[in-house]
Design a protein around this ligand. Structure first.
Ligand SMILES: [Zn+2]
Length: 101
């Protein structure tokens, strides 16, 4: 497993995310990737069995439009630069839903 680990900490986004639009929170620097409407719909379907309350659903939806860490709105994000991506290799890159993908 050692070789797999060193692959993971390489300073670039995971293979899955290559070619994606990456966005950085202007406030705290957390890196997110832009998810597609299709992926969002898949997530929604996966969630259906949990029977969320209306309040929980609002929280779930808003999570896709703000920074995971500091809750800044997606409208405050900027495109990620190389150093952002290098830093992102050390944390979980989380999805956000933006309208103009
Ligand atoms: Zn943030």
């Amino acid at each position: 497993m050692r070789s797999a680990m060193s692959e993971e900490i390489a300073p670039r986004p995971p293979q899955l995310l290559r070619g994606r639009r990456m966005l950085t929170c202007a406030d705290c620097g957390w890196v997110h990737y832009a998810m597609t409407a299709t992926e969002k719909a898949d997530g929604d379907r996966a969630l259906e069995r949990y029977n969320l309350t209306p309040a929980e659903r609002v929280a779930y939806e808003s999570a896709f439009h703000q920074c995971l860490r500091c809750e800044s709105p997606v409208s405050e994000f900027r495109d990620a630069c190389e150093s952002d991506l290098a830093r992102a290799a050390n944390h979980l890159v989380t999805p956000v839903l933006i309208d103009d993908v």
